[in-house]
Design a protein around this ligand. Structure first.
Ligand SMILES: [Zn+2]
Length: 341
């Protein structure tokens, strides 16, 4: 587990060493909830755990259960996530071109199989742990199937529901869970040290941009580098159609969505600057950013940002991605032809 989660795990164990049958662990993406849940499960499953005073503290790392958890083979530990599926994006092209698209739903089959498995007694331990990551990915039927189990929980089964958007869970599911909130506040020092260990340049800036979520900060920094966002943003700053269009050319398909997110971040920074608020992501050329932001009104930036948001929502369809980027970029350049009031 990442060191920046240590104190969060201590706190989680202190509060929930005798866990309720359903625990909702909520926190922003990039805080490492899956790692926390696995570490928590390792301690709960351990046959010879280490205590700090009277509080469970760490797994022993030696017992049969610890070995099974380490090899991800523990029969009493289940981790359920949406499965990655292959989606064809070649409908308009002659060359077959499939990309793996992360599925967004946990289907009812997965939950039914899980319920079925609960009818058999546990293999090793008295306790079984089931992680649902993210819990809001349960589709409506799957959520209702889970709700039935939570209403009449089997003995010694603990459900860990991970969620960055608990508002999307069925209220009836939420009300059956105890809640543990993972906050970035308690991990900042260690998060920063960890990012620096990873040789992330401007770790402070990226951590701030990701609202304190270290894994998200690393992702931002790595993408900024690998997608050449600095060079691309220099072209965006010119607002010159040819230069701007070139920034979406030659992108590999899997990178298009990430590109679109960076474009969204760029426009939000332009809007911020037009409102005299500090930018979050593009601080390397403040003068050019300010000049660009001043070329349009706040209203125009807001209106354009709405367009980008609408495209982001439909960005799950990789088929339309190249067309989407070109259209957005042309609309962006057109925005500077007239100043709106
Ligand atoms: Zn152990």
């Amino acid at each position: 587990m990442y060191k920046f989660l240590d104190s969060t795990l201590d706190f989680l164990l202190k509060e929930h060493q005798h866990p309720h049958h359903a625990l909702l662990i909520q926190g922003r993406e990039g805080l490492g909830l899956p790692y926390l849940a696995k570490a928590f499960a390792r301690v709960l499953m351990c046959e010879n755990p280490v205590y700090l005073g009277k509080v469970l503290n760490r797994a022993c790392g030696q017992c049969a259960s610890c070995h099974l958890m380490a090899s991800e083979n523990h029969p009493d530990f289940l981790y359920i996530s949406p499965e990655t599926q292959e989606v064809s994006i070649s409908e308009t092209e002659s060359v077959p071109d499939k990309v793996a698209v992360a599925a967004t739903q946990i289907k009812v089959q997965a939950v039914r199989a899980l319920i079925e498995s609960l009818t058999v007694t546990s293999h090793r331990n008295v306790r079984r742990i089931i992680v649902l990551d993210p819990a809001e990915a349960l589709n409506a039927i799957a959520a209702n199937a889970l709700l039935k189990v939570l209403e009449e929980p089997p003995q010694n089964v603990v459900f860990l529901l991970l969620s960055a958007r608990p508002g999307r869970l069925l209220p009836t599911i939420r009300s059956r869970c105890r809640v543990f909130i993972v906050s970035s506040d308690t991990m900042q020092e260690k998060a920063l040290a960890w990012l620096e260990e990873q040789n992330i340049p401007d770790a402070v800036g990226w951590l701030e941009a990701s609202q304190g979520a270290p894994l998200a900060a690393r992702q931002l920094a790595l993408e900024f580098d690998s997608l050449g966002i600095r060079a691309r943003s220099n072209a965006w700053l010119t607002a010159d159609l040819q230069q701007v269009l070139a920034t979406a050319q030659g992108l590999k398909r899997p990178d298009l969505k990430a590109w679109l997110f960076w474009w969204y971040r760029f426009i939000t920074d332009c809007l911020r600057v037009s409102q005299e608020v500090k930018p979050v992501f593009f601080k390397h050329d403040m003068l050019a950013l300010r000049n660009l932001a001043c070329k349009q009104t706040q209203f125009a930036w807001m209106k354009y940002l709405n367009l980008v948001e609408a495209q982001l929502r439909s960005a799950e369809h990789p088929l339309s991605a190249p067309l989407v980027t070109d259209t957005l970029l042309v609309q962006y350049c057109e925005m500077f032809l007239t100043k709106q009031h």
